[in-house]
Write a protein of this length. Structure first.
Length: 311
């Protein structure tokens, strides 16, 4: 089968399209014929060795396709069923083996690219909002607001009744895009004043942007870190203002809170069906252009999702 693999850590240049043996589904796994795969910032960082993935390595990501095989111990799925899911490795390929717990059926009225975006990026956006204790009327600030997760987080906050939605972006060129997603106020990272304090910050950047997000919190506010590089948090400063910092990773939700994960997915499908959630695909390109996709993500040049087409 065709796949994109890395044999050494590095930048986009280490990604090579080549022929590799097709996988077989192990116990608890489904074999998926991949139609499309989403490119994410954590995967781009893994290519540079930040997560220590073993080499050679086929990158992971969210996928959409059809069930081609069913491993031992898996029930409730059928060959040919249209599904989307999360693969921790092996996704940049024509076929991938995925833990069945990470797979969900795709409704007939949801197209492949929307399903791809809502399976991981949508789950991260909604899960992060919920992890931050979001309630109707809360004010929300989203960093990386033009990215694959961020633009959906802005849409979700607006659709779910946020009192005010602020988008933080890297430069003014992305401001119009962020407003189109439902942000009432847009700031850039280099601004000193990010406006009135907010109840919830969803941070997809980390570092100095995380620091600015913490300063933007109102007393009792919550910052949720997703896809971020991290940073140092002064716990005494948190105590003095009653604020909180929460880490969110969708894989733990899918594996350990399956009922919540499935409820969130149903909610995402419904919001999309009603027109409240409109995933934006910046570009869909052939699998062989994976290096170009990674360059776009590293440059934070994308507005919405970057997608690779396997078929």
């Amino acid at each position: 089968m065709r796949a994109v693999r890395l044999h050494e850590y590095g930048g986009p240049e280490v990604l090579r399209a080549e022929e590799t043996p097709a996988p077989e589904p192990g116990e608890g796994e489904l074999l998926i014929e991949v139609d499309a795969v989403g490119v994410t910032l954590p995967v781009v960082r893994a290519t540079r060795g930040e997560s220590g993935v073993p080499l050679p390595h086929i990158p992971g990501g969210e996928i959409v396709g059809r069930v081609a095989g069913i491993g031992r111990g898996v029930s409730g799925r059928r060959v040919g069923e249209r599904v989307a899911g999360l693969a921790f490795s092996g996704a940049y390929a024509e076929t991938v083996a995925v833990p069945a717990v990470m797979v969900t059926a795709v409704p007939d009225d949801v197209d492949d690219l929307a399903a791809l975006a809502l399976t991981r990026s949508g789950q991260v956006a909604l899960g992060a909002l919920r992890a931050g204790g979001f309630a109707e009327g809360d004010s929300v600030l989203v960093t990386a607001a033009a990215g694959g997760v961020g633009h959906l987080a802005v849409q979700l906050a607006a659709a779910l009744g946020a009192g005010r939605v602020t988008a933080a972006v890297g430069d003014a060129a992305k401001a119009g895009f962020a407003r189109e997603q439902g942000a009432g106020h847009v700031v850039t990272y280099d601004q000193d004043d990010w406006g009135d304090p907010v109840d919830v910050v969803l941070d997809g950047v980390g570092g100095q942007v995380q620091d600015a997000g913490l300063r933007a919190l109102a007393p009792l506010g919550r910052l949720v870190a997703f896809n971020a590089v991290g940073g140092t948090v002064d716990t005494n400063a948190l105590r003095m203002r009653g604020t909180s910092v929460i880490g969110f990773a969708v894989a733990h939700l899918a594996a350990r809170r399956r009922d919540t994960y499935e409820r969130h997915q149903r909610e995402l499908w419904e919001l999309h069906r009603d027109g409240h959630l409109r995933p934006v695909v910046h570009e869909a390109m052939p699998l062989e252009r994976a290096a170009d996709a990674h360059r776009l993500i590293e440059a934070r040049a994308n507005r919405g999702k970057i997608v690779l087409l396997a078929r």
